[in-house]
Design a protein around this ligand. Structure first.
Ligand code: PA5
Length: 419
């Protein structure tokens, strides 16, 4: 379960939240019923549609084959096409082939580093692109494909290339023409909502992530959010709190945690909320705080700078590890730590930060049970559901991203692309 708490709320805040939730409960009910207006993009709402037994078995079988052969697996994708897998893999680690990321940059330096990293290794590549017009994955796929053909010859290269795209797309056509393995990118799921489909599940399974546990977490969260009424719905409550705070003038939400394992999860969260809500001159700007390190940086601003933001802390209930600080006999003025576990030290730092920051800004605490696959599944579903409701409360379409076209038009013109 995920627990949500507004830290030290004033009685009038609690009352106002209750009224706000009641007044907007129809929006929750609309999403729960699979809102007609968005039917063609709500494929993620029922996890089993795109992560049922057939998909899981197919993904696991392919991942097993890759794990037996590969030294490294190159995930080519950007934004919604790579963020979910990367966030879990970087947090929980890999016991399989090295995972190399491409398709998310146009920097020749970064891409040369990718090309250096694949040399001399047994490689498989997976190009993931719903709209196979995006420049970063399309151009990375080109250079990696060329490398594969040179390294393996066309027959073996084709066996090592997987492409995940929509049915009927150019990418599917390339797979049929050249013999690559094709995986379907669900048509009714947008990029940033696609993590719990073969898009995110294959790279995770290759890395050794237990995708069944992750899918179970997402399904359990689905069951609780799709059936809970407004007063008992934790995602709805989170969406309502952030919208109330937005209306009170807060412009930013900072997701913060004392667990650095969330570093790549932050990217997933930022993309989900920024692309979903930032439109029509509205939306909370999502930022993140990697504590305790960034208490020595943005911590100053949070405590005393322009009061722009509220903070949402991600807390993990079950200890993530243990490491006792022993006295080594050297007088270094840290004796007050003798015999303490870093778990305790980190927790005390967390509690102290919430106390200090909440004097100045609203603080929410989202508590997860553990740092594992199951809880990542819960979190992905929780935030997607909450984000969707939050956008509806804001009055914007949760599923489009028209703003990203503006720079693309200019860029394609500069690159001489015929449109
Ligand atoms: O959420 C989205 O739809 C976007 O962020 C896409 O995932 C991102 O732009 C990559 O798109 P594509 O995989 O179609 O190239």
């Amino acid at each position: 379960m995920i627990h949500l708490k507004l830290y030290d709320p004033k009685p009038e805040q609690t009352r106002a939240l209750g009224s706000y939730m009641e007044a907007h409960s129809h929006l929750l009910e609309q999403i729960q019923a699979g809102e007609d207006g968005y039917k063609d993009v709500l494929g993620w709402l029922h996890v089993s549609t795109w992560a049922g037994e057939a998909v899981l078995s197919q993904v696991e079988a392919l991942a097993e084959k890759i794990r037996k052969d590969a030294d490294a697996f190159v995930l080519i994708g950007v934004g919604g096409s790579n963020n979910t897998a990367r966030s879990v893999i970087e947090a929980l680690g890999t016991d399989g082939p090295e995972i190399i990321y491409a398709g998310n940059t146009l920097s020749p330096r970064a891409l040369s580093q990718v090309m250096d990293a694949v040399k001399g290794k047994k490689i498989w590549i997976n190009c993931i692109a719903k709209n196979f017009e995006t420049l970063e994955p399309g151009s990375s796929f080109r250079i990696l494909r060329k490398y594969m053909y040179e390294a393996y010859g066309s027959t073996e290269a084709a066996q090592r290339i997987i492409a995940t795209g929509t049915r009927g797309s150019l990418l599917e056509g390339l797979c049929h023409e050249h013999g690559y393995t094709f995986l379907g990118f669900p048509e009714d799921v947008g990029g940033r909502y696609s993590g719990i489909t073969s898009v995110g599940l294959l790279p995770m399974a290759v890395a050794g992530i237990n995708i069944r546990k992750l899918v179970q977490g997402a399904m359990d969260m689905e069951r609780s959010l799709l059936f809970a009424s407004a007063g008992e719905n934790v995602a709805f409550e989170y969406a309502c709190i952030r919208n109330m705070l937005y209306k009170q003038g807060y412009a930013l939400e900072m997701l913060a945690s004392f667990e650095p394992a969330f570093r790549w999860f932050y990217k997933w969260w930022i993309q989900l909320f920024a692309e979903t809500e930032g439109k029509e001159g509205k939306g909370l700007f999502p930022v993140t705080g990697e504590y305790s390190e960034e208490l020595h940086a943005v911590g100053q601003f949070v405590q005393e700078g322009t009061p722009l933001m509220f903070e949402t802390f991600l807390d993990v209930k079950t200890p993530v590890g243990t490491l006792v600080i022993e006295n080594d006999g050297i007088k270094d003025a840290f004796d007050y730590l003798d015999g303490m576990d870093f778990q305790t030290v980190n927790r005390i730092a967390f509690e102290a930060t919430v106390k200090a920051h909440s004097r100045r800004l609203p603080c929410l605490i989202l508590t997860l049970d553990r740092l594992d696959e199951y809880c990542f599944g819960e979190m992905f579903y929780f935030f997607m559901f909450a984000c969707c409701i939050s956008a509806r409360l804001l009055g914007v379409n949760p599923f489009d991203q028209p703003g990203v076209e503006a720079y693309k038009e200019q860029m394609f013109e500069g690159l001489g692309k015929q449109v």
